[in-house]
Design a protein around this ligand. Structure first.
Ligand code: ADP
Length: 542
């Protein structure tokens, strides 16, 4: 028997329509590429998203077409998010930090019909425009006064395009499984692959972001997402903010400590979200200038592991709650969030930090399990570790155009590529990426553990640990480190330092120093490049 409840599809347009209707005066504040701080509100964003949908239809963009963006976090990008998805097209956010060849590959693979670009990325697009066969229009996200000289063909000014329309437009109603947005993973191996989100998955994920045990986004918040809108939909914050009517503060291209801090204080930010590198810059600035956060009460840290010292500084020195979160582009992206449970509330501060250091607790609607190499499920005891598998209604079922073939098993589990422990309360802790773990004589050595210890050695600023073939043990760890400028730290110093915390069999076999380490477009260590560079490296122990 089916329930007698209205079958209204879950659509992204409903979020901005709600915000525009019931939170019309709530502000969206953006630091613009042109310079000044810009202020608008949800009423205007809703209206201009509709005008944008009208304009795109006039340009010949049809239901299901892909529309690309190369843009920072700002109000026009928000209008594109809602306008493009709202009309039934696919908002394809492109990461401008990728190599130009990768950007061309992605835009061609997605068959973007229109590309919207901030002024910053016009030169980047000019260099590859001749390769972008599917693109019919380039829209520069500025007004006539700031339009640059450009060699881009078929160029349109955003403000002229949008303001030519009247906004008398009803959001269309269609199947909630319709594709809404597209985001390519950075492709540390092989070509980038597209994750294609649906309206339904986006709405369900937004509800999760708004739960207290998710990120707790609500109307009382003023949110500053430093995490870019081109990186896993800024962790879903733009959608969740609209359906809560939360004020948004958009940092544009300025992500240094000073710029972020000034925005936080000027706009009364209560919640922020970003990767550890960004918070390192922010905390550095705040410390150097003996400042404090007067309104921020919590911050989400994700993308890579939040170091203990960072969590301690936020919580103990500044009274800012840290939500350590884990997820991935393939997961919309939320999988776990690091809120404490009721039973943890009376624990001493240090013990609470131990819990916050884990990557967080499983959120409702994301199933997690860990398995060994044979696929056998491992116990949820916080000790056993294994490959981390996930499934749920906002997790990918396959990449765009079936790239990479089937990615889920018969029971619908998706392999995250992470290696982790799970405890009885659902807290998950990443121990490594499965391709980075070092398999030595039947034991697994976590490259991340060794890296974390190595950067704690005085004189070391950054360290990567990779597996190098070994005749007896199969693989052994090699540390590749960057020295602090002018520091005379030696290989022996590093090994001596590691002896304090690592078991003998986990100790690296060698340490080499380099001037810099390679990174991916999202700022993570590019270990594939290091493995290639050191593939013939002979360990002194071999
Ligand atoms: P990309 O592949 O573009 O770097 P993702 O943002 O999708 O993009 O990366 C997902 C991966 O990032 C996860 O599988 C995990 O390895 C890592 N990651 C994300 N959050 C954390 C975290 N809090 N701690 C450790 N690793 C994390």
């Amino acid at each position: 028997m089916r329930g007698l409840i209205q079958d209204r599809p879950l659509l992204i347009s409903s979020q901005i329509e709600y915000a525009g209707t019931y939170h019309g005066d709530v502000e969206i504040v953006s630091r613009t590429v042109e310079g000044p701080i810009h202020r608008t509100n949800y009423r205007e964003i809703n209206l201009r998203s509709k005008k944008l949908a009208q304009a795109l239809a006039r340009l010949g963009v049809e239901f299901g077409d892909r529309v690309g963006t190369l843009a920072w976090n700002g109000y026009r990008h928000l209008e594109i998010y809602f306008g493009v998805s709202g009309m039934g097209c696919v908002c394809h956010t492109i990461n401008p930090r990728l190599f130009p060849e990768q950007i061309a590959y992605i835009a061609n693979h997605a068959e973007d019909k229109v590309i919207f670009t901030d002024l910053t990325f016009v030169p980047l697009l000019e260099a590859i425009a001749s390769e972008l066969g599917s693109v019919q229009h380039f829209v520069i996200m500025t007004d006539e006064a700031h339009m640059p000289e450009t060699s881009l063909p078929n160029v349109i000014c955003y403000e002229t395009l949008v303001e030519a329309e009247n906004g008398e437009y009803d959001w269309p109603v269609f199947d909630e499984m319709t594709a809404s947005s597209l985001c390519y993973t950075s492709g540390t191996t092989g070509n980038p692959k597209g994750v294609l989100y649906a309206h339904r998955s986006t709405i369900l994920h937004s509800y999760c972001v708004c739960t207290n045990d998710g990120l707790g986004v609500c109307n009382a918040d003023t949110i500053l997402p430093v995490v870019p809108m081109f990186h896993a939909n800024a962790w879903g914050i733009p959608y969740a903010a609209a359906m809560s009517g939360a004020k948004m503060v958009m940092p544009g291209s300025e992500m240094d400590g000073k710029s972020i801090y000034e925005l936080m204080e000027a706009e009364g930010v209560t919640l922020s979200a970003g990767v550890p590198t960004v918070w390192l810059m922010l905390l550095g600035y705040v410390k150097e200038n003996s400042l404090k956060f007067s309104t921020m009460n919590r911050t989400v840290i994700g993308g890579s592991a939040a170091p203990r010292s960072m969590i301690e500084t936020f919580v103990n020195e500044y009274g800012v709650n840290v939500i350590h979160a884990w997820g991935m582009t393939e997961m919309s992206p939320l999988g776990t969030t690091g809120n404490l449970l009721k039973k943890h509330q009376d624990l001493p501060g240090d013990k609470q930090i131990d819990i916050r250091l884990k990557q967080g607790r499983t959120v409702f609607n994301v199933d997690l399990k860990i398995v060994d190499d044979e696929g056998n499920e491992q116990p949820r005891d916080g000790v056993a570790f294994g490959r981390l598998l996930v499934r749920g209604p906002w997790i990918t079922s396959g990449y765009f155009k079936a790239e990479g073939g089937s990615v889920v098993d018969e029971e619908g589990w998706f392999d995250t590529g992470d290696v982790a422990t799970l405890d009885p309360d659902g807290y998950m802790q990443i121990t490594d990426r499965s391709k980075d773990v070092i398999k030595s004589g039947g034991e697994w050595i976590s490259s991340i553990d060794v890296e974390n210890e190595a950067v704690g050695c005085p004189g070391i600023v950054e360290a990567a640990v990779i597996a190098v073939p070994h005749p007896k043990w199969d693989e052994r760890p090699l540390v590749i480190a960057v020295k602090e400028e002018g520091h005379s730290v030696t290989k022996e110093d590093v090994l001596h330092h590691l002896e304090n915390t690592l078991a003998k069999w986990q100790l690296p076999d060698d340490v080499v120093f380099v001037d810099e380490l390679p990174h991916t477009a999202t700022g993570k260590l590019l270990k594939t490049a290091l493995r290639e560079q050191f593939k013939d490296y002979k360990l002194p122990t071999a």
